[in-house]
Structures are given as structure tokens and as C-alpha cells.
Design a binder for this molecule. Structure first.
Ligand SMILES: Nc1ncnc2c1ncn2[C@@H]1O[C@H](COP(=O)(O)OP(=O)(O)OP(=O)(O)O)[C@@H](O)[C@H]1O
Ligand SMILES: [Mg+2]
Length: 269
């Protein structure tokens, strides 16, 4: 059985007029999406801006309304899940977003932030939480002195490492990484990608890696789904999608990715 199963997922946003007045309009986004991610797999979701990638991630996290079925590690996600259900799902799925500072209180110390998920879930004694935070600092490549550093003293790359650390604290089976390097400069982004690969190797968690760049997704992922206008138009092993794309849309994405440089050296097998 797959770790993540998405079945016939659709959603739409309800847009209200100015100041919440006027006629409501309905904007359909996702359209009958089906997706499986295996345990330990790195799965890439690629598509142009506005096609619905983040929306799919938010559905999987139970943050918004949807129709269809989402199951993670045998637990069924709920459409716009209540806080209690989201807490239960938090051990199954966590997310890292594009903005490294998103969700990090700038005046808190790194150690406090890392321990926060454990406190919320009532896990461990104070000493155990501290030890887990120290282990996580090592995992994310920050030395122990960072425990007492405030978030607003960190660089963007270091903030993204802390976001990743917070996502790891409950030992989730799946991490959704939504454009996690798009806001970083190229060399820092490459370090963060390597960190993800390293964590994947050490911890074995599955990754849903979201990007608009097919080159990047090819370098990084075992399998890829290509999304266009809220639908998955092509899905398969990374090698197959990259070397022999069937859909004209995938070919277009490939050309756009290659404008940014030559084809990526694929380092994963
Ligand atoms: N909260 C919202 N309310 C209404 N419409 C929304 C909302 N969030 C997203 N949309 C719309 O839904 C569509 C899909 O947006 P989404 O953010 O999922 O795209 P994306 O593929 O992640 O794009 P990007 O690559 O730019 O991040 C877009 O047309 C967007 O304008
Ligand atoms: Mg997005």
C-alpha cells in the first residue's frame, strides 16, 4: 500500500466580491487528481505557476476544502480538518514552504522553536525535548550554538534549515517541500537540496517536492507528476518523463527549464 493515496481529488475556491460583498464566484482549481507516493520515495510535482501545486499540498495537509479522498499512512485526511484531526495527522505529514521565515516567530530562539511541536503534542520531558532538539540541529547541519540564536539573527538558508528541523521533530512519514529553494540564491538553494537528500538517506521519509522547474525535479526525484490547469497530465519515473515526455505541455516545461542552463546532471539513480 502506498504511503500517500490521493483519489479523485477536486477543489474550488469561492471568491467573494470586494469587501466580502457582491456576487460570489467559484474558481475550480484541482480536477480529479490521482496520486500515489510510496514509502521512502521522492516524488516531484511540477507545473507552471498557478496550475494548482500549492493547492494540492494544502489539501494533503487538510488546510482547505476538497472533494475526493486523501489517505496518509492508513489515516484518512479530512477536508478542512479541525485542529484536533490536524494534530493527529501532524505525525504523518509536515510541510516546508518557499518563504524560509514562514511560520518561524522571529524573536524566538531556535531551540525553543524546535521543541515547540513536542510541547504541543505533550511529548517527552524537558530534558528529552532538549536532547531531541540538539539531535535535530546536527541533522540540519547547524552546530549546537544555534540553539540559543534568535531566528531574526539567521540568514535565509539557516532559517530554511530551522523550518526543515521543525518539520522533522515529530518524525513524519511524509514531508511536502513546496518550492523550498525558490527564494534562496543558487548556491544556498543547492545546499538545501543536498540537505533534503541527506535527510532522506538518513531518515527514509517520503518527500513530495513541488517545483515549477522540471530540470530540478528530475535531478531530485524518483517519480514525477506533471500538472497543467489542475490536472495531472503525465506521471511516471523521472527518467522517462525527462527523456521521453509524451505530452506537449511537458516538452514545453522542459524547454522552459533548460532556458535556465543546460540539462541537469542526474545524480540520483
Ligand atoms: N486562497 C485562494 N483563494 C482563491 N484563489 C486561490 C487561492 N489560492 C490559490 N488560488 C488560485 O488557485 C490557482 C492555483 O494556485 P496555486 O497557488 O495552487 O498554484 P501554484 O501551482 O502553486 O503556483 P506557483 O507556482 O505560482 O506557486 C491560481 O489560479 C490561484 O490564483
Ligand atoms: Mg505554489
Amino acid at each position: 500500500m502506498a504511503l500517500l493515496e490521493v483519489r479523485n481529488l477536486s477543489n474550488r475556491y469561492i471568491l467573494r466580491g470586494e469587501n466580502g460583498l457582491g456576487r460570489k464566484t467559484v474558481k475550480p482549481v484541482l480536477d480529479a487528481v490521482n496520486l500515489d507516493i510510496a514509502r521512502g520515495e521522492i516524488f516531484g510535482l511540477v507545473g507552471e505557476s498557478g496550475c494548482g501545486k500549492t493547492t494540492l499540498g494544502r489539501c494533503i495537509l487538510g488546510l482547505i476544502d476538497y472533494q475526493g479522498e486523501i489517505t496518509i499512512g492508513g489515516l484518512r485526511q479530512e477536508s478542512r480538518a479541525k485542529a484536533r484531526h490536524r494534530r493527529a495527522m501532524a505525525r504523518k505529514v509536515q510541510a516546508v514552504f518557499q518563504d524560509p521565515a514562514a511560520g518561524l516567530n522571529p524573536v524566538k530562539k531556535v531551540g525553543w522553536l524546535l521543541e515547540e511541536p513536542l510541547r504541543i503534542h505533550g511529548l517527552g520531558s524537558a530534558g528529552e525535548r532538549r536532547r531531541r532538539a540538539e539531535e535535530t540541529l546536527e541533522l540540519i547541519g547547524l552546530d549546537i550554538s544555534y540553539r540559543d540564536r534568535r531566528v531574526d539573527e539567521l540568514s535565509s538558508g539557516q532559517k530554511q534549515r530551522v523550518s526543515i528541523g521543525c518539520a522533522l521533530m515529530l518524525g513524519p512519514d511524509l514531508i511536502i517541500a513546496d518550492e523550498p529553494v525558490s527564494a534562496l540564491d543558487v548556491s544556498v538553494g543547492a545546499q538545501i537540496l543536498n540537505l533534503f537528500l541527506n535527510l532522506h538517506e538518513r531518515l527514509g521519509c517520503s518527500l513530495l517536492f513541488i517545483s515549477h522547474n522540471l530540470d530540478l525535479v528530475y535531478y531530485f526525484c524518483d517519480r514525477i507528476a506533471v500538472m497543467e490547469g489542475g490536472r495531472i497530465v503525465e506521471q511516471g519515473p523521472a527518467e522517462q518523463i525527462y527523456s521521453a515526455p509524451k505530452q506537449p505541455y511537458t516538452q514545453k516545461l522542459l524547454e522552459a527549464s533548460r532556458l535556465g542552463g543546460g540539462p541537469a546532471e542526474r545524480q540520483r539513480t
